[in-house]
Design a binder for this molecule. Structure first.
Ligand code: ADP
Ligand code: MG
Length: 239
């Protein structure tokens, strides 16, 4: 459902953030995108959503080429950005109504989904307050609800667990599992190895805009028998 083919991205004609990256994510898969700070995770995710454009290469989401069908791609995606500090002047409900309007979610579906997701994440009581007054975790939660409101098949989540309390992190992981069980795709970035270990079918490890590993975590552990996963990761990404 996600296809990245030979994608290169340079910022300001000098910083090569991604260098000829190729990978894919199929329906039914949760794929973890792991790498140290500055390795190119957020850049990859922004390219997938169409927020920024590649220098070269081809990007396909849910069967749509991002250059030819940018709107169809956006409709297919639920995106959680790496920073939830947006629309802070709006109240929680106002923000979710805005998102519902943009994505043309019916009034009934909207009501149902907002109340069930807000309940899951313990945010119901806060919806009538301005998001300015929310903690980082609460802002993160409302971004999760907003991203899932239109039932997108492809989830692109940039460090989604950051700032979530344990119960909410659990609920989100549960949602990710349910989503992929229905044949959809989840692509999420993290620098927390344990999260990837518990959740992923496959990991893609990135460093300096290059993919260092793409495959099952078990396979990676087998190849490096003596070491803990953490050591393998450090070894891979410190070179
Ligand atoms: P990650 O999300 O893995 O931490 P990023 O994709 O944010 O990595 O960054 C990859 C590289 O691109 C870094 O070297 C970063 O400094 C650079 N970069 C990211 N965004 C910009 C930008 N808007 N302008 C210039 N350089 C950027
Ligand atoms: Mg990032």
């Amino acid at each position: 459902m996600i296809k990245f083919e030979n994608v290169t991205k340079t910022y300001n004609r000098s910083v090569r953030a991604l260098d000829d990256i190729t990978f894919n994510v199929k329906g039914g898969e949760i794929v973890g995108f792991i790498g140290p700070n500055g390795s190119g995770k957020t850049t990859t995710m922004k390219l997938l959503t169409g927020i920024i454009r590649p220098d070269s290469g081809k990007i396909t989401v849910n069967g749509f080429n991002i250059r030819e069908d940018p709107i169809k791609v956006k409709e297919s995606i639920g995106y959680i950005a790496d920073n939830p500090d947006m629309f802070l002047r709006l109240k929680g409900t106002e923000f979710l109504e805005l998102i519902g309007d943009i994505y043309k979610v019916s009034t009934e579906d909207r009501r149902k989904r907002i109340s069930s997701l807000a309940e899951k994440f313990g945010l119901t009581g806060a919806l009538s307050s301005p998001m300015m007054s929310y903690s980082h975790g609460m802002r993160q939660k409302i971004m999760v609800i907003a991203a899932l409101l239109h039932k997108p098949p492809v989830w692109i989540l940039d460090e989604p667990m950051v700032g979530l309390d344990p119960k909410s992190a659990f609920e989100l992981k549960q949602l990710m599992r349910e989503h992929t069980k229905e044949g959809n795709a989840v692509f999420f970035s993290t620098h927390i190895l344990e999260v990837a270990e518990k959740l992923c079918d496959r990991v893609i490890i990135i460093k300096n805009g290059h993919i260092l590993y793409d495959g099952e975590l078990e396979e990676l552990e087998k190849q490096n028998k003596s070491d803990s996963l953490e050591n393998i990761f450090l070894e891979l990404t410190e070179k």
